[in-house]
Design a protein around this ligand. Sequence first.
Ligand code: ADP
Ligand code: 5GP
Length: 247
Amino acid sequence: MAGILFIISAPSGSGKSTLVGELRQQVSGVDFAVSWTTRAPRGSEEDGREYHFTTREEFQRMTDAGLFLEYAEVFGKDLYGTPRQSLDDALASGHDLMLDIDVQGAAQVRSKMPEAVSIFVLPPNPKELRTRLRNRSRAEGVMNEGELYRRLSEASREIEKYRDYGYILINDSLPRAVAQLEAIVQAERFYRNGETIAYRSRRVLEVAAACLQSNSQERLKPVLEAFGIDGLTGQQQLPFGDDSDDD
Ligand code: ADP
Ligand code: 5GP
């Protein structure tokens, strides 16, 4: 494709949708694929905006018809898939495309399109992740503890896959993470498409370079440790979680 394909993944509750929402407001020329899912709408979600909501039967029909670029069962529960059409549309318009997909979907897309730029978002620690998941549930007026723990318990397994991603964002301060995401998009446009960057804005190249996985080991170490993951092997060491100070 003429544009750049961006993949963004994160453990649920890390703030990925919030980050992507901010990016949409600030950067033009990036299309955002609307996935299909069998899960029920959450909070104020609208069909066709955050997701196309559908049944398992319909999803299966779409799979059989080859309509998905990738799809996966996430949290062993619901199916999620990226429509091929989103790629065709971005291709036709020469826009970049951003896919907000899980680690399984990201692996499928990377194997088909190795040139994709992939970004992994991490929360600063498990406690903050739990707080964010809780806050989101409260704001949406639903408190499903089973769902919350299903998502929390998947987090470490997802984080183990961070090595497959080119860029790492630690979403501690939201404004900083938004600026980093924007810098990554601008830097990739600069390097791949020769898009100009004003001289005074060259700092975005430094910001993006600092987020490359190869330059992120120091920032990553405490986060991986907090999730019980060995920084060297990328493998889980101990079960994480300290429920003693539940809020
Ligand atoms: P995800 O898309 O990764 O599942 P969301 O974007 O829905 O996560 O964010 C989960 C919750 O965390 C939301 O309530 C959101 O407002 C909040 N949040 C996002 N980023 C931050 C941040 N940097 N600091 C504090 N809260 C955040
Ligand atoms: P949520 O239910 O919180 O909206 O999303 C749960 C997970 O599904 C997130 O990790 C999100 O990135 C992922 N996801 C959303 N759409 C897709 C998709 O089309 N394909 C895949 N593989 N994962 C998706």
